[in-house]
Design a protein around this ligand. Structure first.
Ligand SMILES: *[C@@H]1O[C@H](CO)[C@@H](O)[C@H](O)[C@H]1NC(C)=O
Ligand SMILES: *[C@@H]1O[C@H](CO)[C@@H](O)[C@H](O)[C@H]1NC(C)=O
Ligand SMILES: *[C@@H]1O[C@H](CO)[C@@H](O)[C@H](O)[C@H]1NC(C)=O
Ligand SMILES: *[C@@H]1O[C@H](CO)[C@@H](O)[C@H](O)[C@H]1NC(C)=O
Ligand SMILES: *[C@@H]1O[C@H](CO)[C@@H](O)[C@H](O)[C@H]1NC(C)=O
Ligand SMILES: *[C@@H]1O[C@H](CO)[C@@H](O)[C@H](O)[C@H]1NC(C)=O
Ligand SMILES: *[C@@H]1O[C@H](CO)[C@@H](O)[C@H](O)[C@H]1NC(C)=O
Ligand SMILES: *[C@@H]1O[C@H](CO)[C@@H](O)[C@H](O)[C@H]1NC(C)=O
Ligand SMILES: *[C@@H]1O[C@H](CO)[C@@H](O)[C@H](O)[C@H]1NC(C)=O
Length: 457
């Protein structure tokens, strides 16, 4: 006891020399106008305590928020007052154990593309608003490009141990992009009107985003590439147009490519496209307490699109999802046809899924995309689909597909097995009983179903 007290006193006497030493070292380096670096008392104290090895760490073994050096930058005066250089400076300054704070009720405008792939152990506390300029000409000439579905983005986040959290907003300022879109589909080979993705990680390990509102993305809202362990919790995503003649397009909530470990919890998505849609090579997926309105659903894939390329999606647990007013609910899709790829979808569970007013509440499609039965039989899918569970799926369809509320279509002769349905209670406004369609599935699926050819209405 006595010893402990003694050492505290001597550490306290160390504090002022330490603080002034750091102040001197900071004065000699460049600090942008309106920016500040705050080492903070707690950070000095904890540095002292850490020599005793009793300092608390975050879930990745890094310093907690209170123990971090804090960097602030000036905010923007208006929507063209670009602070991207200041933000980049702050991230470099905060890298390796610090924190960038973007303050409440302040706006920070990003008008230049940012390569943020150098990060290692950094926190961004976003309580204000990060907003992108809508200078379409600039962004179409300056961006990061990905071959996969010809994607572009404003910025790329990469590195290791990155937390972005707070009560703030990342605003894609999408209206101008949607207004200018006019049918320029991303998959159209002649299309040159590319729209940026709002948040993209590449070559990242451990990235956690919590509390934020991701607003009005020009294109997909998030896309994770070559990333390991990404967690989104307590997020609100929306894309809402103020112009009835130009609605948001392709503003998917979540997309991924070559990702291991993708977790989305306690999140609401209000966009007109996919809500949650892992793409090729995504494994160990966990989704819980997700709400999707007006979306194209929670969709595994599509995969197996590109000739000669192997794709897979495996180990997904999707629980307690509400899907309202959408095109699809719980869906899996794999390509078939004359020139496509191969791979597998396996070990996927959808459990406790509440679906209302949705055109296709449950879909398993191994004859994707837009091919008829004859072509699918001639060129069956080379994507194996195995061990898929739909448990406790309930609610209503929109009636658009008549009485059919679940459509499970596999390719003849393909591997499509271990498909299990249980406690399915979806009614259709088109009449009862509602119908479950199943074609070319190997083994019993656990519920009564009929081939598509027997559907009469
Ligand atoms: C991925 O990031 C690591 C550091 O985190 C780096 O060493 C490696 O070169 C990066 N790989 C690519 C392909 O960029
Ligand atoms: C609304 O969108 C249409 C179609 O893209 C466009 O022609 C029109 O200029 C937009 N209206 C406004 C007020 O921006
Ligand atoms: C299911 O998710 C909703 C949010 O969509 C949440 O309000 C509810 O508490 C969750 N239920 C359970 C049992 O966790
Ligand atoms: C859900 O989406 C519909 C349009 O599809 C919209 O009219 C409605 O306001 C949305 N509901 C909520 C709660 O956001
Ligand atoms: C998926 O992973 C396989 C290797 O297992 C690789 O050959 C393929 O290119 C990847 N697919 C994509 C779309 O990156
Ligand atoms: C299936 O996926 C779950 C996660 O949803 C995982 O815990 C389990 O180990 C996987 N099973 C196999 C056989 O890989
Ligand atoms: C698909 O299943 C077939 C039959 O079991 C097997 O021969 C093939 O290797 C599997 N393909 C993949 C990509 O797993
Ligand atoms: C199926 O599609 C193929 C290719 O588009 C077409 O040639 C064929 O006539 C179609 N068959 C039927 C029965 O519609
Ligand atoms: C199916 O859902 C309806 C409407 O919510 C409900 O009245 C009915 O009891 C449910 N049936 C079963 C078997 O759970």
């Amino acid at each position: 006891m006595k010893l402990c007290l003694l050492s505290l006193v001597s550490f306290a006497s160390l504090l002022s020399p330490l603080a002034s030493a750091s102040a001197i070292s900071i004065e000699t380096e460049y600090v942008p106008a309106g920016a500040s670096i705050n080492l903070g008392r707690s950070s000095l104290l904890s540095r002292v305590y850490s020599s005793h090895g009793n300092k608390k760490k975050d879930n990745w073994g890094n310093a907690l928020e209170k123990d971090r050096k804090k960097i602030t930058i000036r905010s923007s005066k208006h929507d063209r007052d670009d602070i991207s250089d200041d933000f980049l400076w702050a991230l470099k300054k905060a890298n390796h154990g610090g924190l960038v704070h973007l303050e409440k009720r302040k706006k920070y405008v990003i008008g230049k593309k940012l390569d943020l792939t150098f990060l290692k152990d950094v926190y961004v506390k976003l309580d204000g608003e990060l907003k992108f300029t809508n200078d379409i000409e600039y962004w179409q000439a300056n961006n990061f490009y990905y071959d996969f579905q010809k994607s572009i983005t404003f910025w790329v986040w990469g590195g290791k141990d990155i937390k972005i959290y707070g009560s703030g907003v990342i605003n894609g300022n999408g209206q101008a992009w949607w207004d200018g879109f006019s049918g320029a589909e991303i998959l159209d080979p002649k299309n040159k009107y590319y729209r940026p993705i709002l948040f993209l990680t590449d070559n990242a390990t451990n990235i956690e985003v919590t509390g934020l509102h991701l607003k009005d993305s020009p294109c997909w809202t998030t896309f994770f590439v070559r990333t390991k362990n990404v967690v989104f919790d307590d997020i609100y995503i929306d894309a809402v147009s103020t112009n009835v003649s130009s609605l948001p397009k392709n503003t998917d909530g979540f997309d991924s490519l070559n990702v291991d470990g993708l977790t989305v919890t306690n999140t609401r998505v209000n966009v007109g496209d996919d809500c949650f849609s892992p793409k090729p090579n995504t494994t160990n997926i966990f989704v819980k307490n997700l709400w999707c309105n007006g979306t194209h659903g929670v969709s595994m894939g599509s995969i197996g699109q590109y000739p000669g390329v192997k794709d897979y999606i495996s180990n997904a647990w999707i629980e307690n999802v509400t899907l309202l007013n959408g095109q699809n609910g719980a869906r899996l899709k794999a390509w078939a046809g004359p020139s496509v790829g191969y791979g597998y979808i396996s070990n996927i569970t959808y459990k406790d899924i509440h679906i209302e007013n949705t055109d296709n509440p449950v879909v398993l499609d191994q004859c994707y995309f837009n091919i008829n039965e004859t072509t699918c039989a001639a060129y069956p899918s080379k994507v194996n689909i195995t061990d898929v569970n739909f448990i406790n799926i309930y609610g209503t369809s929109s009636g658009k597909e008549g009485r059919v509320v679940a459509d499970l279509t596999c390719s003849p002769g393909s591997t499509c097995s271990g498909i299990h349905l249980e406690d399915i209670n979806i009614s259709s406004p088109a009449g009862s009983p509602s119908l479950i369609v199943c074609d070319n599935i190997v083994g019993d699926i656990g519920v009564d179903c009929i081939p598509k050819s027997q559907v009469t209405d």
